[in-house]
Design a protein around this ligand. Structure first.
Ligand code: G3P
Ligand code: CA
Length: 277
C-alpha cells in the first residue's frame, strides 16, 4: 500500500475542512469556516444549491430540516430572504463563548460570503466546491457558480498546483458526470473532481479510469477502506485522489499510506496535528 515516498506525500497532503470545521461548529456556517481557517486548514469544502430567486447558498441537503429550525422546506423552493429568517446554527451546540454569541453561526451561508472570507484571509486557501442538484436546474447551478467565481477573480487550481498567492483558487466537484461535463465545457481551467461513494462504476474499473470530464478522483472513505487498491490503481493511471470524509485516526493513516493528495475531514485540526503542522 505504500506510496513511493510516504514522508513527501505526508508533507504535501492538503487538509480540507469539510463544510468548515464541522465537527466543532454547525456545518456550512461562516463561524465553522472561520474556525477552519484559524485551525490552519489548507482548503475549505462546501456544497452549493440555488435558491428560488437564483442565489447560491451552501447547504448540503435538499431540505433545511436537519440543519435549521425551518422544518422540511426545500432550499430551491425558498428565496434567500426566506432562508435568512431561519436559524442554521442552534441545532448544534459547541464552540467557545465568542462563537456561541456570533450571529454568523446562525445564518444560512451565501457562497459569496465564503468567497469573500477566502479572498480576505491573508494566505492561500483553496476551495473545493461541490454542485448539488445538477439535474433539476439543467446547468443553472454550474452557470451561476462560474459567474460568482469570475466576479471574485478565483483561479482554477487543485491540491499541489502552483497558484497565484494573491488570489483564491478552486476546484469543482460533483457526483454527476453530466455536471462535470458542463463545467469542463464552460470553464476548463477549473480542475474537476469526480465523487463516488460505493463503487467506481464497473465499466471504469479495469483501467481505473474516470469520466473524461474529471482528472481527480474523489472516493468516499468507506470504499477506500474496502478497496485500497483502487486508490493505487487510480494514482498509477495518473489521477490525483481526494478522499472524503476522513475523521477516524486509522482512516487518516490509511490515506497517508496510500499517498492521496487531499484529505477531506470534519476535524481539520486533528489531521493537521497528526501531520505535525
Ligand atoms: O467532499 C466530498 C463530499 O462532501 C461528498 O459527500 O455527501 O458530504 O456532499 P457529501
Ligand atoms: Ca460535499
Amino acid at each position: 500500500l505504500s506510496s513511493a515516498d510516504p514522508a513527501r506525500s505526508e508533507r504535501a497532503v492538503q487538509v480540507v475542512a469539510h463544510r468548515g470545521s464541522s465537527e466543532a461548529l454547525p456545518e456550512h456556517t461562516l463561524a465553522a469556516y472561520r474556525r477552519a481557517l484559524a485551525e490552519g486548514a489548507d482548503a475549505l469544502e462546501c456544497d452549493v444549491r440555488l435558491t428560488r430567486d437564483g442565489q447560491l447558498v451552501c447547504v448540503h441537503d435538499r431540505t433545511i430540516a436537519r440543519v435549521s429550525d425551518g422544518g422540511r422546506r426545500v432550499v430551491s423552493a425558498l428565496t434567500l430572504a426566506e432562508l435568512e429568517a431561519y436559524d442554521f446554527g442552534s441545532w448544534k451546540p459547541g464552540g467557545d463563548d465568542t462563537e456561541r454569541a456570533d450571529p454568523e453561526r446562525r445564518s444560512v451561508l451565501r457562497l459569496e460570503s465564503l468567497l469573500e472570507l477566502v479572498a480576505d484571509c491573508g494566505r492561500r486557501v483553496d476551495l473545493a466546491i461541490e454542485t448539488k442538484h445538477p439535474v433539476r436546474y439543467r446547468g443553472r447551478v454550474e452557470a451561476e457558480l462560474l459567474k460568482a467565481l469570475e466576479r471574485f477573480g478565483v483561479k482554477g487550481a487543485a491540491a499541489g498546483d502552483e497558484g497565484d498567492p494573491d488570489r483564491p483558487h478552486a476546484r469543482l466537484m460533483s457526483f454527476s458526470g453530466v455536471a462535470l461535463g458542463r463545467l469542463r465545457d464552460a470553464a476548463p481551467e477549473f480542475p474537476r473532481v469526480y465523487l463516488f461513494e460505493r463503487s467506481l462504476p464497473l465499466r471504469l474499473w479495469p483501467g481505473a479510469g474516470l469520466p473524461a470530464a474529471a482528472a481527480i478522483a474523489g472516493p468516499g472513505i468507506e470504499l477506500v477502506r474496502r478497496q485500497p487498491e483502487l486508490v493505487t490503481r487510480l494514482r498509477a493511471a495518473g489521477h490525483r485522489v481526494h478522499v472524503w470524509t476522513v475523521d477516524r485516526p486509522e482512516d487518516v493513516e490509511l490515506c497517508l499510506e496510500l499517498g492521496v493528495e487531499a484529505i477531506i475531514t470534519n476535524r481539520p485540526r486533528a489531521v493537521l496535528d497528526r501531520l505535525g503542522r
